[in-house]
Design a protein around this ligand. Structure first.
Ligand code: PLP
Length: 452
């Protein structure tokens, strides 16, 4: 099949003239899969349309925010209504309060939330707050976990950095990352060793509630709970980054799924809480809203009440908050059931087709988030619960070269995937039977391409 992307190619050329690499976020450039990214003109439900008029069933969903699909009519209406009243005030507005109330009502340990505009700001502020509260400087992060692009967190981060195989980033002072201790994911012993090597110095451990930026890597049964115990024992704070998983994997994020006994260890994974949580993506419904939250006591250390500074001209922007609020209000049990069902179906279609073509792979899954790691887990030494990779070093030991042909066959078959094997796949409640049929039609050729 030849798909005409002449207009996209034209726009990509124009973009490269005025924007570094032609994109405003690195992975959009198709660096690891090659080719020209389709320039998108519109989206509706599960489908996006590019400037050449090609349609794709979208399994990127704006990199996570679009739980309800593209341009959900009620979300669009909420935005339209709010926009007509004013785009930005730089003064308190009621919709900010309502969005914070919605977050607080769903995540029990979060008594207060501060709204910001990006996940990067949320995690950066959470760590500043943890340092301010504890009076300590060092933090621990896990290799392959991505928490945005603030300086101290660009150490062994996943996502675009994994895709581009960059160890970190130029321009980050060594003094800054020297405060960041990086340990392998799912490795509690390494966390213990770090605490022992730096007694009284570690302010916080930051972890993705369930990592999804090195592909999906589920926490081992009970890992988050044991981690929370360990962190508390050393007087540090646990920052649970739910920017990606929050309000997507379930109504109370991945933390909520584990408390409900739906983590990989069942009830053994329940019974823990973090000191600070970060959110983004779904809470903006496709608009720039993110948040950090925790107990009233910890949050009281933020300015203007406390001495830890944080601010933002566009923080709690009313139009963005209106999109997030409407999205969360619509995200009921029926929505999560629809997303889960779509995820089940896509996993079974893709895994079945890969199996039929003899392509060894592991399905990596936490709730409705999933991905596929290519290769024979036994031969590659994968130690995850379901036979897949358990940490970043294992993720990197995979037949990643199979992804580019798979990806392009899917794209030519009318299905848009993230342009990197190191990213999660995202479904929405709009991925109905018609969308799933279109995916089913594209998958066999993609599996054949991956096998070649
Ligand atoms: N934390 C996690 C877990 C993320 O997945 C991301 C983005 O993908 C971020 C933080 C950063 O969010 P943003 O891209 O909004 O700055």
């Amino acid at each position: 099949m030849t798909v005409d992307r002449t207009e996209s190619a034209h726009w990509f050329e124009r973009a490269q003239t005025v924007t570094p690499g032609g994109v405003n976020s690195p992975v959009r450039a198709y660096g690891s899969v090659g080719g020209v990214p389709p320039f998108l003109a519109s989206g509706s439900g599960a489908v996006v349309t590019d400037v050449d008029g090609n349609e794709y069933v979208d399994l990127v969903c704006g990199w996570g925010p679009l739980l309800l699909g593209h341009a959900h009519p009620q979300v669009v209406e909420a935005v339209r209504e709010q926009a007509a009243k004013g785009l930005s005030f730089g003064a308190p507005s009621t919709v900010e309060v309502e969005l914070a109330e919605e977050i607080v009502s769903r995540i029990a340990p979060v008594e207060q939330a501060r709204l910001v505009s990006t996940g990067t700001e949320a995690t950066m502020t959470a760590l500043r707050l943890a340092r301010g509260v504890t009076g300590r400087d060092r933090i621990i992060k896990f290799a392959g976990c991505y928490h945005g692009h603030s300086d101290g967190l660009l150490a062994a981060a996943g996502s675009g950095l994994a895709t581009l195989a960059l160890p970190g980033s130029a321009g980050v002072p060594a003094d800054v990352t020297a405060q960041t201790i990086v340990v392998p994911y799912n490795d509690l012993e390494a966390v213990r060793a770090a605490f022992e090597a730096h007694p009284g110095e570690i302010a916080a451990v930051i972890t993705e509630a369930s990592p999804a930026n090195m592909g999906v890597v589920p926490p081992a049964p009970g890992f988050n709970r044991a981690l929370a115990d360990e962190v508390r024992r050393h007087g540090a704070l646990l920052v649970c980054d739910e920017v990606l998983t929050g309000f997507r994997t379930g109504p109370a994020g991945w933390w909520g799924e584990e408390q409900a006994g739906r983590g990989s260890g069942g009830v053994a994974s329940a019974g823990w809480q973090a000191d600070l949580y970060t959110f983004g993506k779904v809470i903006g419904g496709g608009m720039p809203v993110a948040a950090l939250g925790g107990s009233r006591e910890i949050m009281s250390h933020l300015a203007p009440q406390g001495s830890v500074y944080q601010a933002g001209t566009l923080s709690g922007n009313p139009v963005a908050c209106a999109a997030g609020l409407e999205t969360l209000r619509l995200a009921d049990a029926g929505v999560y059931a629809a997303v889960d069902r779509a995820a089940d179906e896509v996993v079974s279609l893709v895994s079945g087709a890969l199996q039929a073509e003899g392509v060894a792979h592991a399905v990596q899954r936490v709730g409705n988030l999933f991905g596929f790691a290519f290769g024979d887990g036994a031969a590659l030494g994968w130690t995850g619960e379901s036979g897949g990779p358990a940490d970043e070093s294992q993720v990197k030991r995979q037949e990643a070269y199979r992804y580019a042909p798979f990806f392009h066959a899917m794209l030519d078959g009318g299905v848009s995937l993230a342009p990197s094997v190191f990213e999660a796949w995202f479904c929405s409640a709009a991925h109905d039977d018609a969308a799933l049929e279109r995916i089913a039609a594209a998958v066999p050729a993609a599996a054949r391409a991956a096998a070649a």
